[in-house]
Ligand binder design. Structure first.
Ligand code: COA
Length: 533
């Protein structure tokens, strides 16, 4: 059924939404530009050395006229003083020699490409994507290893620096090829990136690999030696055997990498229902008029979907039952998907309907796409009595156990248990994106402030104390400020609670690329038939 004919977004009443979203887009553009097109002295230094920038390396590695699906662009934003966002790496999925590959490139212009805690998190997330989607990995290495001042947050724990090399070994075991291209420093622990790869390539007079650099060698043994002599391309290609190919320069190294990928042999492919893509009937630009400027107002969800789904078609499931959630079959860039989109607060019926729908999709091997905009499950005695907790748990179980690829786009709020039921980060969607207006926290700022004020008042009463009004108001506004700051999409993306912030008009394209990235993976088939919940 065609959807999206009920609203005309060019009407005056949608003007306010548009002007409010323009501000959001401007902020997005500014923050994005500061990361991808920075201005700093280290940029000049890098250029003078004749090295390509990390971003250019990636774009010259992937096949012409293909797009790079970048993840974690805003990682580390405002996390470390004087360090620009991005997490000193670029990560994502690109097509190399016709094969989808996971690419991680160190950005040597940010503190020598060293690994901050968020860099480690980003690298590990990239490897997780490679594992889940069976994607060969290409590491474009140019890094001074661990960021030493923060060693306690980078080195000792399970998901710290060492996990990268552990993953490399395990991925190689899983037949997920590991390829390293050493285009600069590769020091200490970082030396294991090429050493643990199936294939490694090094650039002459530029790439170096050693466990201890020249200053350490001098301190330990008194010997003076240059970096090139200690661990350059000649040593590793002719003597140590750490590297397999020697490249003349960056471009040559990237060309060798393409050849290496072309020799990986056939990659396993899973069956997917994909046909030619059909554009939606309505312009995606309308989205900026449809997203309410006041986040408390309901979204016109079907109208929004009509601007994302192929041909604006949705074969809706149980349209008149559990109306606060929309479930249905649709196509995105030609891929058959099960769409699950919030359309209000979650009631028992909405949870049961979605549980049923998820089982159908899982059984039929149809990927699930969640459009998340949820304040949570309905509260109150009547609903508790009818078992909303157990009905919600069914939906959460279905989401957790579905083995088909899941994709989540947070288009509005992501609060409370609704986050779990709608495939929040803990439910391991293959990719999770936020729109720039999206908000994420355990509850809304106002609600949290009310709850905590109530708790404070009750506790004071129990102790026979009285809190004055000013004190309570100050306490309340502190909570509101903290929640407002922490629920911001950029706060989330900086900490890699998501895979990136995408602007609404790019949603369809990015979901299409994300779906394509999952085609190498095979999922287990469900153990049970469909339970009619
Ligand atoms: N930890 C923290 N900061 C580091 C660092 C590290 N391991 N390595 C480099 N940096 C910082 C530098 O202090 C400098 O900071 P600044 O921009 O604020 O001045 C910045 O990164 C760039 O370093 P610089 O030496 O000026 O750049 P370069 O391109 O000439 O050399 C390296 C880069 C990485 C080759 C060189 O700095 C180096 O050898 N670092 C030590 C690497 C090491 O021993 N790591 C062990 C990790 S276990």
């Amino acid at each position: 059924m065609k959807i999206g004919q009920k609203i005309n977004p060019s009407l005056n009443e949608y003007k306010e939404n548009l002007s409010s979203y323009k501000n959001i887009l401007e902020r997005h553009k500014k923050l994005f530009t500061e990361i991808v097109n920075p201005n700093s002295p280290s940029i000049e230094k890098h250029k003078k050395r004749g090295k390509l920038f990390a971003r250019d390396r990636v774009s010259k590695l992937i096949d012409p006229k293909t797009n790079f699906l970048e993840i974690g662009t805003f990682a580390g934003l405002n996390l470390y003083d004087g360090v620009r966002g991005g997490g000193s790496t670029i990560g994502g999925i690109g097509t190399v020699s016709g094969k989808k590959c996971l690419i991680v490139a160190n950005d040597a212009t940010v503190k020598g490409g060293t690994y901050f805690p968020i860099t480690v998190k980003k690298h590990l997330r990239a490897q997780e994507i490679a594992i889940e989607n069976k994607l060969p990995c290409i590491y474009l290495v140019d890094s001074g290893g661990a960021f030493l001042p923060l060693q306690s947050e980078v080195f000792p724990d399970r998901d710290d620096f060492g996990r990268i090399f552990y993953n490399q070994a395990r991925m190689s075991q899983m037949n997920i090829p590991q390829i390293a291209v050493v285009m600069g420093s590769c020091t200490a622990g970082g030396a294991y990136v090429p050493a643990m790869s199936d294939i490694s390539i090094i650039v002459k007079n530029q790439g170096t690999i050693f466990l201890g650099g020249p200053p350490l060698v001098k301190a330990a043994t008194g010997a003076e030696i240059t970096a090139e002599e200690l661990g350059g391309a000649d040593l590793h290609c002719s003597h140590s055997g750490v590297c397999d190919y020697m490249a003349e320069n960056d471009i040559d190294a990237l060309n060798i990498t393409k050849k290496v990928v072309s020799n990986l042999g056939p990659r396993p492919k899973s069956f997917r229902d994909k046909i030619d893509s059909v554009d939606p009937l309505f312009s995606a630009d309308d989205l900026y008029r449809l997203i309410p400027s006041d986040s408390r107002k309901p979204y016109p969800t079907r109208e929004i979907l009509a601007r994302i789904l192929d041909g604006s078609e949705l074969d809706e499931f149980k349209t008149n039952y559990g109306k606060t959630i929309i479930c249905g079959f649709a196509r995105i860039k030609g891929n058959l998907v099960g769409v699950i989109a919030n359309n209000g607060i979650l009631f028992s019926e909405s949870a049961l309907k979605t549980t049923h729908f998820i089982q159908l999709c899982n059984r039929r091997r149809i990927p699930l796409v969640f459009f998340q905009n949820i304040v949570g499950f309905m509260v109150g005695k009547e609903y508790e009595k009818r078992g909303i907790t157990k009905d919600g748990a069914k939906m959460v179980t279905a989401v957790a156990c579905a083995s088909v690829p899941k994709f989540t786009v947070v288009i509005g709020g992501s609060y409370g248990a609704g986050n779990y039921a709608m495939a929040g980060r803990a439910y391991q969607p293959r990719f999770l994106y936020m729109w720039p207006n999206a908000k994420i926290s355990v509850m809304g700022a106002e609600q949290a402030a009310s709850v905590l004020v109530q708790v404070k008042e009750d506790s004071a009463k129990r102790n026979g104390k009285k809190i004055n009004e000013d004190e309570l108001n100050e306490y309340k506004s502190e909570i509101i400020n903290t929640y407002t700051k922490q629920s911001d999409a950029y706060y989330s993306s900086s900490r890699l609670w998501d895979d990136g912030i995408i602007i609404p008009t790019d949603t369809r394209e990015i979901l299409g690329m994300s779906l394509d990235a999952t085609y190498n993976s095979k999922e287990n088939v469900a153990d049970f038939g469909i339970f009619r919940t």
